[in-house]
Design a protein around this ligand. Sequence first.
Ligand code: ADP
Length: 478
Amino acid sequence: MAARLLEVSPRLKSTLAGFDDAPTFSRWLGDALAGVGVGVCEVDDDGLIRWLSAVAAEHLGTDAGLARGAALDDVSFNACGGAAPRARVTRATARLAFVVAARDEAGQRRLENLGRMTTAIAHDFNNLLSVIWSFSDGLAAEPSLTLEQRADAFEIRATAMRAAGLSQQLLAAGRPVRAHARAVDCAATFASMERLLSALIGSGVDLSWHVERGTPACAITPTQFEQVIVNLAVNAGLAMSSRGTLGLLARRVVEGGEPMVCVEVRDTGGGIAPEVLPHIFEPFFTTRAAGKGLGVGLSTVRKLVRDAGGEVTVASTGATGTVFSVLLPVALDGELEVPAPELELAPVSLGAGQRLLVVEPEHAVRGLLYALLSRAGYHVTLASNGAEALFLFNEAQRPFDGLLTATDLPFLGGVELARRVGAGTRALPVLLVHPSDQLPAPTTLTAHCLGKPFSERKLLAQVAGLFREEGAPPTGAS
Ligand code: ADP
């Protein structure tokens, strides 16, 4: 695979030039760049290697310790072994820094491993969210609690739903599938984020929002829209320390003859210094003290907004604070799916003593399923893997009325388990629980499907659907 050369940014170059003493520089460079996914070499004025990051060592195929003191050209020559270069090195400043290409096979493997790890973490995270979401769901509807307590539970539930959106983004990052834009209604989104934003900006800062009459819905993934607002609000909160106003304003504008939605995020903080302003969207640029900022908030905002076909700009005067303007395309009627509002609590569907075999490998989720389904009137038998489920199925005194199984079971997967016990018929309906809300791979099994994380209502509605005579045709069938 061809190597791609990366240049050190002008900003990094000027930072590098500020270091006069070599050990301090080495420590700084090591700390700052050890976790970065591109290879970095530090050389002295004579071109001899002083430090290689782990990624650079991997790309060059040489041990970082052995490389120290060697001429960079020798190391890259050895790594090439006379054949086509696996990685090439570029000299970015005369003095110190070199950045190595990151896209050879080893780099590709690292990315794949990272993708797998991200997916695994997102799956575990989804399991935990299912527990938080479902129990807060139950509390939000609990009549013995005070209104305030129920409102708190509702907020936990709403935040868990937002976190679920983020974990879907992580899962999407591990797949070559882009998240789909939807029609996002600014007023509904601002209203649903009010408590979260107030908590983020602190008690001394006021929050006000306004959506001008006639503002159309904008086309962006709802979670990404929320992430943009949250990132901008966090910075605004920091800029105002403990006093000021955070204002959100959405209106329709026309840009280059096209109607767009403009979302302004205004603060009354100290503003951004003119020499800082050109750099704020650069990845890893931060003016915050060490450990206080990563410098990725605004670069993420710009990426998300551009992915949605929009643009973000900033205007800042020290006297009146800062305004970020996010321009987004308008969602066209019929082109985009409008998400079903989840804010209302639908009534819970109850069972009538049906016998369910529930197969789930994760301890916490198994406990959750048991609690929710038993409370809703089902007779639940638990298994933690496919083999145990087969045993219970064959040994059962009375046949089960339904099977609920996770698809990601170790050894014997959920779909195979369902096939072996003859599930998917009227006599034994099956609900497949997927690790994410993505559609399952096509299967010849007739099954209902539920993605994680799920709320109590979603789960109970799906389980009730298994036993409904005239119910809608199951999903996942082919
Ligand atoms: P971080 O907040 O971790 O530093 P960001 O990418 O979110 O990273 O922001 C980069 C820099 O932009 C901040 O360090 C800060 O100097 C500046 N900045 C961003 N938003 C504001 C704001 N509303 N007011 C003042 N400065 C800001």
